[in-house]
Design a protein around this ligand. Structure first.
Ligand code: AKB
Length: 332
């Protein structure tokens, strides 16, 4: 089968044409570049388009197709989906918890209006749609230890409210219009070669950089604040797995996924095994602490494990070993 490809970025080979054509929105955040790398390995480089409203670094630009896409511009997004024959969309554009509290109108626009655009375009063009949700979709009245998939969700951040809205709207579009909506609630994600932006769990990434650079870290959460966490490779693996899962195996459309839970003091102890002189001081940020105190401490992901075989590879010791081997503990 020869596929006409004038409107796409590169010519499409026979083998590549049988794969999904993927668009990733918000692709220059913590997860998009890693996801694109994983999907390109599986579906071919030119079948995965990374998009954002920012200019990518040269290495990102040259590693595969990149396009400007503003999710608040409905026509622009629709044009991209049509012109590139997109069949799968990973919707990563969002303001995270802490930064959302600092700019509620922008968070509302990006996380809610942007989602509406994406849902309509996905439904209209029959796309398979992945939207990440989060531990932040729960709140102080949810059971926190552990937090199951189905329970009270009354988050107190605009981020959490927008993610509950995304879960409900996606499921509504699924049942009402047949949209193939798939959603995972991510824990805090820890990555070496990309930085998170404006979350409450970001300390668990920064701690590695500071340990290597200065042997010191000032933590904005109290030492015993326990939160669910995951290494990025597990997160991306789960994302691809749930998108590839046969529809009949999914008894739900929104799943918790988890790998580990730890507190800053437990993480610091593990870091000390690599940087013995490492010192942590605590200077609590009240906004972030209140957010963390309202979130799950442990996450029950038994439905994901049962329905589509979710299994994490990284616990805390493997996570810390991997972070130090990436960031280079001897570069101190
Ligand atoms: C945040 O801290 O806001 C995010 C999240 C847990 O969703 N990392």
């Amino acid at each position: 089968r020869q596929v006409a490809s004038d409107a796409s970025f590169h010519s499409v080979t026979f083998a590549e044409s049988d794969h999904p054509r993927v668009l990733i929105t918000g692709g220059l955040g913590q997860l998009g570049v890693g996801l694109a790398k994983l999907l390109r390995k599986r579906f071919g480089k030119n079948n995965v388009i990374l998009s954002d409203i920012r200019k990518p670094a040269d290495n990102v630009f040259y590693s595969g197709p990149f396009i400007f896409a503003d999710i608040l511009d409905y026509k622009n997004l629709r044009e991209i989906v049509v012109n590139n024959r997109i069949t799968w969309l990973f919707h990563y554009s969002a303001l995270l918890s802490a930064v959302g509290e600092a700019n509620v109108p922008l968070a509302r626009a990006v996380n809610i209006t942007g989602l509406h655009n994406v849902l309509d375009i996905a439904a209209e063009h029959n796309l398979r749609l992945f939207v990440p949700s989060t531990i932040g979709a729960f709140g102080p009245t949810s059971p926190r230890d552990p937090t199951p998939d189905l329970c009270i969700q009354r988050p107190r951040t605009i981020y959490g409210v927008s993610k509950v809205h995304a879960e409900l709207m996606g499921e509504y579009y699924h049942y009402r219009y047949g949209l193939d909506f798939r959603c995972l609630r991510y824990p805090g994600i820890i990555s070496a070669d990309s930085q998170p932006g404006g979350g409450t769990t970001d300390y668990a990434v920064q701690i590695f950089h500071d340990a290597i650079k200065s042997g010191k870290f000032k933590c904005y959460l109290k030492p015993d604040t326990r939160l669910p966490m995951m290494y990025i490779d597990d997160c991306l693996k789960a994302t691809l797995e749930v998108m590839e899962a046969p529809a009949e195996s999914l008894t739900m459309r929104t799943y918790n996924i988890n790998a580990m839970s730890f507190s800053p003091e437990e993480l610091a102890q593990e870091v000390q095994k690599y940087v013995p002189e490492f010192q942590v001081t605590y200077s609590v940020d009240q906004v972030k602490q209140a957010i963390a105190d309202s979130w799950p401490m442990n996450f029950d992901d038994s439905n994901a494990r049962r329905d589509w075989g979710w299994k994490h590879d990284y616990d805390l010791p493997e996570l810390v070993t991997t972070m130090f081997s990436y960031l280079g503990s001897d570069s101190r």
